[in-house]
Design a protein around this ligand. Sequence first.
Ligand SMILES: [Zn+2]
Length: 256
Amino acid sequence: MIIVSYILIVILGAALGSFFNVVISRLPQGQSIVHPPSRCPGCHKRIKPWRNIPVVSWLALRGRCPDCGCRIHWHYPLVEALTPLIFLSLFLASGSTFDPTFGKWAIFFGVSLIIFFIDSFHMLIPDVLSIPLIIVGLLISLLPDMDIGFYSAFSGAAFAFLFFWGLGVLYQKVRKIDGLGGGDVKYIAAVGAFVGFPWVLFVMVAAAIVAVVFFLAMRLRRDQAFAFGPFLVVGTYIFVLAGESVMNWYVGLLSL
Ligand SMILES: [Zn+2]
C-alpha cells in the first residue's frame, strides 16, 4: 500500500509545483497569485486545463504557447518536476511515514523552492514569504513530537539572524557596499527556526561550501553580486537528508 502514498505525493507535489510557478512569476511583479487563472505570459490568453498538466504539457508543446508561439520559461516544468521529487525524498527520509516531521519539512521546502527561484531570478527574497516562515517554524516547534523544541528553534532563529545581520554591517563598513541583502537575513532566521541551534551552524557551513564550489565552477568574478538564498535552501536540504551521516563522518575524521 506504500505505493499509494508515493503516487499521492507525486500528484499532490506536481499540482503544488504548478501553483508555486504562479507565485514565482507573479509575486516579484506585485500581481495577485489567485487571480486571474493561468495565462500565457505573452498573449495573456487563458491556458486551457488540459494544456495545464504539469511537465507533460510543457514537453508536448515544446515549451511554446499554442496560441502566440512565445516561449514558456523552463522554470515551469522544472518546478513541477522538482516539487514531487523533493516531497518524495522527504517522505523516504522520514521512514516512509506521514509523521509530523515530514509535514514540517514539506512546508519548509515548499516555500523555500519558491524563494530559491525568485532569489535566483531577481536577487530578492519577499518578506511575505520569509517572515511568515519564521513564525510558522517557531509555532511548529511548540507542537508535541517534533524533532526540535521551542528553545532550539528560537535560539537558532535569533543566532542566525544576528550572525548574518552583523556580517552584513561589517561587510558594509569594510567594502562600503551592501553584501548581504535584508531578505537573506530574514530567510536565514526562518532556516534557524526550522533546523534549530546548533544545527543552523551546519546549514551555514554547508551553504557556504556549495556557494564556493558554484563560484569556482561558474568562474564568477569575486565582486560579482549573486543571490545567497538558493545556497541556504540547498544547505538546509543537505542537512535534512544527510546531516546525521555527514556529522558522523566528520566526527570519525577527528578521531583518526
Ligand atoms: Zn501566448
